[in-house]
Write a protein that binds this ligand. Structure first.
Ligand code: FAD
Length: 475
């Protein structure tokens, strides 16, 4: 009697789930092992947060729009899928970024990396920070390192190294683009562990950041030459290219959309997956990649999964607007601007999308993207699309003098979309995974809620889960 082909199921078809399926397939094929892979996605389409639309010649990202070029997993995946020629960098003529201070746009001083100064002369000249604030930041150069091994909050760490002003006026608005969070509620170890390493190795965050900058050319050596100088990279036709590439590479797999997984439970040596339509299937391994609050529901039969509910998710909205170039009363020589919390604006940032990414608008047209929502500013889901547009336009009028009627607008609502890793997150996750491994060794749970929210981190996590599953299940 022949043994049935082992069947693996990936729950969630965002970038983590698709990457997990892709790398599981690649590994099992390379080892000549028989397998069947299913990817089950609750919504109508694959891609999760990634969604690109094309409209009147514009390329519009409704979720993420790019990624950090120095992070290998996404570039490696682009090569694995034969998509490296589709990569594109930012417009070198729009490298400036502005930060709002008392209702005015100030240029971010050159040399800031993640908000940490690496060139002291431009930092000392900026009007963003008071003279006292600059002296306080410079104290980082002489303050001793703190000998602590426990996690601490990102805000606490940055405040003790660089002072309150740099934290509030520069670093927090910059990092808000990644986490939309309150830095005092975010885990340092889970968000920027390199900051802690820099402090331990170089005593000073500024000195550590200066030293790490010297490695940049090596870090980008893997990139195609045309984009080597770009910090951020995307695909010429949008990030959907990556999703379509993965879906095409998984052609022989069983790809299902519009089907949610309700729960998972142990069934002898195997796993039973129950779907929201009432059907069920017995499989040999599962990788759950949904947001953690959904994973907690799916694993409802396994009490330690309730720990996952502690990871809060912030809701954000985007208002995207298209204009005629002639209606824009300012230079398009910057990638955009950031708005700190206490500025009284609704928008938290604005990307001058078509200045930053030349492929996103037709000749003579301009695309702007305003961000709304961060921790402590979560009233927006109750507002209508018209209210969101009106508030974003009000801010653009005040900050940029932009009064023209947009050619069109696109509003995106991403409810509960930005995970906030709490202090102690890494330890909590490690404990949860240990318990899960002991109880259900053929079930793995991963994704943006665990070890990194950026697209490259999600791909890395999907690949790691695929390899762990392949290692655990020996047939
Ligand atoms: P998701 O994309 O959330 O995918 C999970 C999937 O699971 C979803 O498709 C969901 O429908 C499905 N699912 C849920 N429950 C079930 C169920 N019960 N059964 C089956 N399927 C289920 N990162 C960057 O690197 N660069 C950026 O520019 C950037 N910008 C961002 C902008 C915004 C507005 C947001 C919200 C995030 C941004 N990020 C960015 C972060 C990045 O987009 C996400 O972290 C990443 O896309 C998450 O991928 P994922 O696969 O882990 O989760």
């Amino acid at each position: 009697m022949s043994t049935p082909t082992p069947h693996y199921m990936i729950v969630g078809g965002g970038i983590t789930g698709l990457s997990a399926a892709f790398y599981l397939k690649k590994r099992l094929e390379a080892e000549g092992r028989p397998f069947r892979i299913s990817v089950v996605e609750k919504s109508a389409a694959f891609g999760g947060k990634i969604r690109t639309i094309e409209k009147e010649g514009f390329v519009i990202e409704k979720g993420p729009d790019s990624f950090l070029a120095r992070k290998r997993p996404i570039i490696d995946l682009a090569y694995d899928l034969g998509l490296e020629q589709e990569l594109t960098g930012t417009n070198p003529k729009a490298k400036k970024t502005y930060i709002v201070r008392q209702g005015k746009l100030h240029r971010m001083p050159p040399g800031l990396v993640l908000g940490i100064p690496t060139q002291m002369t431009p930092f000392m000249k900026t009007g963003l920070i008071s003279p006292l604030g600059k002296v306080r930041a410079a104290l980082d150069l002489v303050l001793p390192k703190r000998e602590i091994t426990n996690d601490e909050s990102l805000g606490h760490f940055l405040e003790r190294r660089l002072g309150k002003e740099v934290l509030e006026r520069i670093v927090e608005p910059l990092l808000a683009g990644i986490y939309a969070g309150d830095t005092f509620n975010l885990s340092l170890k889970s968000t920027f562990p390199q900051f802690r390493t820099m402090e331990q190795k170089h005593r000073s965050l500024i000195l550590g950041m200066m030293a790490s900058r010297k490695n940049v050319p090596e870090e980008t050596a893997h990139l195609p030459a045309a984009i080597r100088s770009s910090v951020f990279v995307t695909f010429k036709k949008g990030l959907q290219t990556l999703v379509s590439g993965l879906v095409a590479a998984l052609e022989s797999a069983d790809l299902r959309t519009g089907l949610g997984v309700a729960s998972i439970r142990q069934a002898g040596q195997q796993t039973e997956v129950l779907f929201e339509d009432g059907s069920s299937e017995i499989v040999d391994g599962v990788i759950v990649t949904s947001p953690t609050y959904q994973a907690a529901q799916i694993l409802g039969h396994f009490p330690p999964a309730s720990e996952l509910k502690k990871i809060d998710y912030i809701s954000v909205a985007n208002v995207i607007m298209a204009f005629d170039r002639k209606d824009i009363p300012f230079e398009l020589d910057a990638s955009g601007f950031l708005v700190p919390r206490n500025e009284g604006s609704t928008i938290t940032a604005c990307t001058l999308t078509s200045a930053k990414w030349l492929h996103t608008a037709p000749e003579g047209k301009v695309l702007l993207r305003c961000y709304i929502g961060r921790s402590g500013e979560q009233e927006w889901p109750a507002w209508s699309d018209e209210q969101l547009i009106s508030k974003a336009r009000h801010d653009l009028r005040n900050l940029l003098g932009l009064t023209a009627e947009p050619l069109f607008t696109e509003v995106t609502r991403l409810n509960h979309s930005m995970p906030q890793y709490p202090v102690g997150h890494l330890e909590q996750i490690a404990r949860f995974r240990e318990e899960l491994n002991a109880a259900m060794p053929q079930v793995l749970v991963t994704g943006a809620g665990f070890h990194g929210v950026g697209l490259p981190d999600c791909i890395r996590q999907g690949k790691e889960a695929a390899w762990q599953l392949a290692d655990r299940i020996i047939h």
